[in-house]
Write a new protein. Sequence first.
Lengths: 225, 652
Amino acid sequence: MESILIIDDEIQIRRLLGITLSANGYKIIEAETGKDGCNLAASFSPSLIILDLGLPDMDGIEVLKKLREWFQHPIIVLSVRKSEEDIVKALDLGANDYISKPFRTGELMARIRVAIRQSQPADNKSLLQFGNFSIDLSKHLAFKNNEIIKLTSTEFSLLALMAVNEGRVLTHTYILKEIWGYSYLEQTQYLRVFVAQLRKKIEDNPTKPRLLITESGIGYRFNGE
Amino acid sequence: MYENNSETRNVLNQEKPRFLVAMGHTRQSAGLLVRAKQLATGMNASLQAVYVENTYKITKSQRRILEENISAAKKAGVDFRIISNYNTAKGVASFAFHEKISHIIIGKPKTYNLFTYLRRGDFINQLIKNSGDIHVVILGAKNKTGKGNYKEKIVLPSFTSKWNEYVITTLIVVLSTLLCYLISDAAGYRVISFALLFTVSVMAFFYGTGPVLLASTLSALIWNYFFIPPHFTFHIDNTEDVLMFIMFFIIALLNGVLTSRVRRQEKRIRKREERTHALYSLTGELSEVNGMTDVKDVVIKGINKYFESFSVVILQDELNSADRNVVREFSVEEWKAIKYCNEKSVKCGRFTEICSSQKYTFYPLVGTQMKIGVLALEQTRKMTYGEEQFLEAYLGQITGKFEREILRNVARKAFLLDESDKLYKTLFNSISHELRIPVTAIMGASDTLLAEKYPEKVQHELLTEINIASIRLNHLIENLLNMSRLESGRLSLRYDWCDVHDLINRVTETLHQELQPFSVNILIPDDLPMMKFDFGLMEQVIHNLLLNATQYAPPGSVISIEFGTDDNNLMITVNDNGSGFPENELNQVFDKFYRGKSNRTGGTGLGLSIVKGFVEAHRGLIIASNNENGGAQFKIKIPIEISDIDRLTINE
C-alpha cells in the first residue's frame, strides 16, 4: 500500500485529504509543521509527499529544499492561487507537480497517480500511445490516426519531452533548458511560438488544445488521457 | 487694499472719486504722494500712483529715488504701477481712462528754466489736452525734508555701451570712408555725404547712443577732411559747403540720437512682451500639471528659466514639520528668516531691509485664503523695479496655483473619506449577503446529508448544491482579493508573451458550466501574433466579462467575443443578447457595487469594476455600450507589445 505524507498546518485540509486519500486506498501520515514533516518523511519514507507552501514554522520552499537533499520520491506542492512565482520556484527546486487551493479532489488524485507512476522505474517503452495519437521515440516519428506527422527535429524533441513526462507540468525554464540549452532560458517567446506550431500539427483543434495544455505563468503539461 | 480693486467696486459705488497721482523719479514726488494721500483721505477717494517710463534714460540715483518712492507708496497702501509710453502725458491720461480715474494729481514744477519749461510745461498742457473730462489737480510740492533745493539736472543720455561697440562703429566708419574714397571721383563729394549719413543711420539701429554719436561726429569730420575740397584740410572754401557740413553734422547727430531712443523704447516693449510671454507660458505650464510636487517642479524650473536664479519653494507643511530634506538646504539663520518671512508675510533676506546679510531673498507666498509658504530666491544682483514687478506677478500666479492645489487636496480628502465610508457600508452589506447565501446552502445541504440517509438521487442533488455554493464562494473571494489588489495600488503587472488562444481556452474551461446554456462565438484572426500582457489579470478580465454576459443574457442566446489588433493595440469586443444597460446608467456600469436590474444570480457588483481596473492597469481603455440588438457591448483597447517573431517563418 502506497503511503502519503501530508504536511499542512490546516486541520481541515488534512482531514479532507485524509478522508479522500484513504478512500482511494492510500495510507496517510500527517504533519502539522515543516520540522515534523521532515522528521516523519525520514522515519516513514512515504511514496509521495503533499507539501503546503504556507507553513507556520518555516517557508515551504525551505522544507522542499531540505527534503530534496535526500528524498527521491515525488513531492506535490499545495499553494494558493496567483502565486505562480512560488510555484515555478518550487517546481525548479524539484517538486514534481503543484495544485492550487481551492482544488478539486479529482484533479489532485490524478496528479498523485501520475507522480507515483512516473516515480516508478520506467519500462523504456519506445512507443507512446495516447488515443489516436502515438509517438515512436526510437524512430523519431509521431503519428496521428496512423499517419505520420511531419515535424522538424526541434518540434519532435519538444513533443517527446512533453510526452515522456505525460501528466506532469514542465516549467518554461525546464523545457528551454532541455531543448535549447542554458543560454535560452529567457526565450519564452520562442517556446510559445514552437508550442503554437506544434499544436497546429498534432491537435485536432489547435485553438482548443487537448494534448498540449498551457499552465499560465508556469509552463506546459502533456495530457495523455 | 481697496485701491487695488477693479472696476466692479467703482460700478457699485459710482460717487466715490478715484485719484491717480502721477509720480516721478524726484524727491518732490514723495512729498506729492503724501499730499495726494491726505487729499484722497479727506475726500474719501481711492488713490493709485503711476510712473511713466519714457524714452529718456534715468540715472542710477534717480532710479534709487524712484524705488524709494515706490516703497513709500506701498507703505502708504497705494497701488503703484509702472507703465511705458514715449509720451508721459499721454501715458498718464490713457492709464487714467483705463482705470476710470476721476482726478489726476500732478506736482507743480519747483524750478523754472528753459528745460523744465519745455518738459514740464509741455507735460501739463498735454495732460490737460489728453485727459478729457478727468480733473487735473496740480499740487504745490511742500518740502518737509529740507531737500527743497534739489535741482533737477538736465540729463544727457548716458553712455552705457561697451568699449567694443565704439571700436566697431569706428571701424565701420573707416571702412565706409575707404569705399567712398574709391567712388569719390565718379560720384562727387555731395553724394558721398549721403552715403556716410546712411551708414550712420543704419548703425543707429544696432548700437547705443554713445557709439552712434561718435560715428556721426567722426563721419562729419572725415567728410570734411577727405571729401570737401580742398581735400586733406578741415578748411572749407565754399560757403555752400560750410552750410552743408553743418547740416550734415546736425542730421547725423539727430539721426543717431532719435534712432537710439526709438530702439530703447522698442527694447522696453520687447522686454515687456517677453515678460508677458513668460507669464503666459508659466500659466500654461502650471495648468497642465497637478499635484504639489509637480507644481513645485514647474515653478522652480520657471524661475530658473526666466530669472536665471536658483530657487527653493518651502511649503507650509514643510515649514511646520521641518522636513529634514528641506532644512538641510538652509542654515539656521536662513531658516529663521524663512520662518519670519512666513509668519509676517513680508519679503526679507538679501536686498531687503530685514536680514539683508542672507544669500537668499525670501518671498512670502500668500494666497487669498491661506499662507502657502516661502520662495527662497538666490539672486546675484538686485532686481530692477520692472523685474520685481514681473516676479510679483509671477509669484501671484504660483500662489494661486498652489492654493487651488491645496484646496483641491482638501476637497478630495473629504470626498475620499465620504466615499470610503459609503464604500465600507456597501461592501459590508453586499459582501455579508453574498457570503451568507452560499454558506447557508452548504450548511443546509450538509446538515440534511448528515441527519438522515436519503435516497442516492437526493444525496446527489444536495451534494451538487454544496459544490455550486463553494464555487460561488470561491468566485467571491477571488473578486475580493482582486479588488483589494487594485485598491492597494500595489498591483504590479507581470508582462509575458501570451497566446490569446490560451487565454480564451482557460476562461471557457473554468466557465464551462456557466457557459453551457449559451452558444459562445469566439473570433480570433488566424494571424493574431503573440502579445505581451499579464496573463492572470487578462484572464480575470475575460472571465468577468463572460460571466457577466451569462448573468444578463437569456439562456440559449449568443455570447460573442472577438479579438483583433489595431496598430499596436489589442482590441477585444464582447457582445451579448441581453437587455443591455439603461442609457442613463451607462457611465455607472464600472462603478463598484453597480448591479444591473435584470441580474438573475445576485453578484457583488465588483466584477466589472475589476475588469476596468485591470484593463487600466494595462494602460488600456474599456467602453460599455448597447449593441444594435439591444444587448450589452464591451470594447477593450489595450496598447500592447506585439511579437515580431512570425510563427510561420521561424527557422530552426
